[in-house]
Design a protein around this ligand. Structure first.
Ligand code: ADP
Ligand code: MG
Length: 263
């Protein structure tokens, strides 16, 4: 059995704490999340079920969940460690240097492949935002932070979301209307907009609900404008599907060139 040694604390959320840990047998680093606030056996069962389900997700573009166990009084979830921060760090880096549209397209293609995989397993991420997309130093990008914590303590998590990052939500989620996987497509469009312009598309609820975002500079390449336009459609039925994003846009060329096994 693997033993994990804590190296440092890397996060503290409503659910508990996150640590960078070292696997003594595998000699690799992982992220371990301790979920503190499990109060009832029903909650515990729901969490274990979710954790087991996450372990079944296997894609190069989704953070792998390696292990989960109960260490009284916490449920611990061990996942793959991505060593280069998240997309919000990349956006900060672009602010200091210059946006590279080639890099943005390369990363976008990988996020789409990750999303295609999770949607094919009937999973909706619901909280895609730059802080939940992780980078590795070999250039691989992975979708992470699936809703375990949110499921556990939804009211609390929603409050945090309202304070900070509700503006990545789709209009239908914001409205508490029924939603489907197109909600993730909207969030993808918001992230793309931010990677290119270095600002969020929506700063207030009214703009978000109307899908009213600032005009893009004319230098932004046509292919990226096209994706932004067709992902940030208020009507979810009008948004591009994940398969047409991958097959019918310039991302198809990137996938073919760099990730041929995904074609
Ligand atoms: P929150 O999203 O509430 O900040 P998380 O537990 O999702 O809390 O993350 C805590 C910290 O750990 C964040 O800084 C996040 O970027 C980082 N983190 C989470 N998962 C990973 C991962 N798989 N690889 C690297 N860093 C991660
Ligand atoms: Mg997170």
């Amino acid at each position: 059995m693997e033993c994990y040694k804590k190296i440092s604390q890397i996060g503290y959320g409503t659910y508990g704490s996150a640590y960078l840990v070292f696997g003594q047998r595998s000699k690799r680093k992982y992220v371990l999340k301790e979920i503190h606030n499990i109060k009832t056996i029903t909650q515990y069962r729901a969490c274990i079920k979710e954790a087991r389900f996450l372990r079944e997700l296997r894609s190069p573009f989704v953070v792998s969940h390696m292990d989960n166990f109960y260490a009284f009084p916490n449920l611990c979830i061990v996942m793959e460690y991505c060593d280069c921060g998240d997309l919000s760090d990349l956006i900060r880096y672009f602010k200091r240097t210059k946006v590279s549209e080639t890099k943005v397209s390369f990363y976008l293609a990988q996020i789409c492949l990750g999303l295609r995989y999770i949607h094919s397993r009937d999973v909706i991420h619901r909280d895609l935002k730059p802080q939940n997309v992780f980078l590795r130093n070999d250039g691989i990008v992975k979708i992470g932070d699936f809703g375990l914590a949110r499921k556990l303590n939804y009211a609390n998590a929603f409050a945090t979301t309202l304070a900070g990052t509700m503006l990545y939500m789709s209009p239908e989620m914001f409205n508490c209307s029924p939603y489907n996987c197109a909600t993730d497509i909207w969030s993808l469009g918001s992230m793309l907009f931010e990677m290119i312009t270095l600002r969020r598309p929506f700063e207030n609820a009214e703009d978000l609900l109307l899908g009213r975002y600032p005009a893009l500079r004319f230098e932004v390449r046509r292919e990226l404008r096209y994706i932004i336009y067709w992902t940030l459609q208020v009507n979810p039925a009008r948004r591009l599907s994940i398969t047409s994003l991958i097959n019918n846009t310039h991302l198809a060329g990137i996938v073919q060139k760099y990730f041929p096994s995904q074609c």
